[in-house]
Design a protein. Structure first.
Length: 234
């Protein structure tokens, strides 16, 4: 019944369907990510979009999604254009495209500030969406180009929220680094994946939190590690 309703709503005139969420999915393809880890990210992201809670929330929000691959200072690209989530088939189709998306670069540095700047510019293409969110995941600190802190004020002024998924693979406290340097906006948060094998589960939880109204509007702390009992766990 829900799928039928979503399909019927998709045929309604555009002005009756307000876009509540524009979401940039920014995926790390820097040199620290090998080919297997890249595939884990893309397959995990696709599976997260297919999750029933996430898919329903995207359709309810009439969301627009786009995919960005990012690495060094001059190497970030929107690899999949903005796509309207106007029904469950559209969500499934985007998940399939993400699963098949080919890697654009390898063996380059980590330029998080540049990735944020590019992602922010993409919102100009979807001006009617109420919420603008960058979902950035990565496995290392920024080591090239703009520092993330340098762009946070501009993002905040434009009403853009940045949430992060820290893929912990080294001794550095990447979750803390993302919390201190990356996230911005009301309710912004960090979720931790304990290595790439944990990425699929944590990106699913992250998207559930970003897309569902109950979670995105709750009074959760700004930093939310999946091991933190203060977080709202499903």
């Amino acid at each position: 019944m829900r799928a039928l309703l979503a399909s019927l709503l998709a045929w309604l005139p555009g002005p009756l369907l307000a876009c509540d969420l524009a979401l940039v999915l920014a995926v790390d393809v820097s040199g620290s990510v090998d080919e297997r880890e890249y595939r884990v990210q893309m397959a995990g992201l696709a599976a997260a979009l297919r999750d029933g809670v996430v898919a329903d929330a995207l359709v309810d929000a009439q969301a627009r999604l786009t995919l960005v691959q990012w690495t060094g200072a001059s190497r970030q690209r929107q690899t999949l254009p903005w796509t309207a989530m106007n029904g469950l088939p559209a969500v499934a189709a985007l998940a399939d495209r993400i699963d098949r998306d080919q890697r654009r670069w390898r063996n380059f540095s980590t330029a998080i500030g540049e990735a944020l700047a590019l992602s922010a510019e993409l919102f100009e293409e979807v001006p009617d969406c109420r919420r603008r969110v960058i979902d950035l995941s990565g496995d290392g600190v920024s080591n090239e180009g703009l520092e993330p802190r340098e762009v946070r004020a501009s993002l905040a002024a434009r009403g853009i929220t940045v949430n992060a998924l820290a893929i912990e693979t080294e001794e550095v406290d990447l979750t803390g680094y993302f919390f201190e340097n990356l996230i911005v906006g009301e309710g912004a948060f960090v979720i931790t994946a304990n290595g790439f094998e944990d990425y699929p589960e944590q990106i699913r939880r992250k998207l559930q939190r970003e897309t569902t109204k109950r979670l995105s509007r709750s009074a959760l702390p700004p930093q939310c590690d999946h091991n933190d009992p203060a977080c709202d766990h499903d």
